[in-house]
Design a protein around this ligand. Sequence first.
Ligand SMILES: [Zn+2]
Length: 179
Amino acid sequence: MKKRESYAVRISGLGEGVHDFSFELDRQFFALFEQSEIENGRVHAGVVLEKKHGFMSLRFSLQGEVEVVCDRCLESFPTGIDTAQLLFVRTGEVPGEIEDDVLVIGKDDHEIDVRQFLYEFVILALPFKKVHPDDDSGNSLCNPDMLTKLNAHKLKEKDQYDQTDPRWDALKGIIEKNK
Ligand SMILES: [Zn+2]
């Protein structure tokens, strides 16, 4: 829990106006999340806190790249992250709650832990389909050896399935009879 302070926006003692914070999201950051689909990355996160009339907003902007696993060949490759998100903050009875993009914090909170938001904004910015892009000539950049291995594995699975499929056994019986 030593790292907790590193991803927090300090709010106590802040005057009205605009305040800048920045965070670097790297391997150490993504390791904080169990079952994270991202293991490594280099993302710069800027957070602009605006305090006005006792109301606060956090403007996040994240740029960089993270490594994701290709859906097709299962090798990791870098994909770009470029996203901006806005979160409003107000004090309330149930700190931690989020209602309609408004984060509720306690009246006496000294800081806002933005770790979870930073992570989720990165996840939201990932492409829907995570597949190696094509090169300039339109050839897939997937690892060809991995694709061959995966296809071989799939065929093997199909063989095993065929052997134990009772419908196939019945069909075999018919074929045998007609010989
Ligand atoms: Zn691939």
